[in-house]
Design a protein around this ligand. Structure first.
Ligand SMILES: [Zn+2]
Length: 107
């Protein structure tokens, strides 16, 4: 099992199927803030399956999204943690922000 440390708290990164975990019926990933698990759908069998042409990139996008949730929760920012628009925005933009910061020497 892989783990990631989010602000001092270990989160397990696990892959499950919707059969293993019915919560994956409605999501490709989950951030279980109380059991400290980031769960990725190993099958990615969602309505957007047709869009998943590069599964590893898609999986990374989902993982990034769930990590942002965990950062908000571990920061005590539960309201932001529950804000899917904000979480999605940051998950999409953080790599671009990091590149700009890297390029400008302020990372
Ligand atoms: Zn989310």
């Amino acid at each position: 099992m892989k783990t990631v440390n989010i602000l001092g708290t270990d989160y397990a990164i696990v892959e499950q199927t919707a059969e293993d975990n019915p919560k994956l019926d409605d999501a490709n990933g989950l951030c279980e803030i109380y059991s400290k698990e980031i769960i990725l759908d190993s099958e990615m069998i969602k309505p957007c399956k047709m869009l998943v042409k590069q599964p590893e990139l898609y999986k990374a996008k989902i993982l990034r999204h769930e990590i942002v949730h965990a950062f908000f929760f571990e920061s005590g920012l539960i309201g932001y943690c529950e804000n899917e628009t904000l979480v999605d925005f940051l998950a999409a933009q953080i790599p671009k922000m990091a590149k700009v910061m890297q390029d400008t020497g302020c990372l």
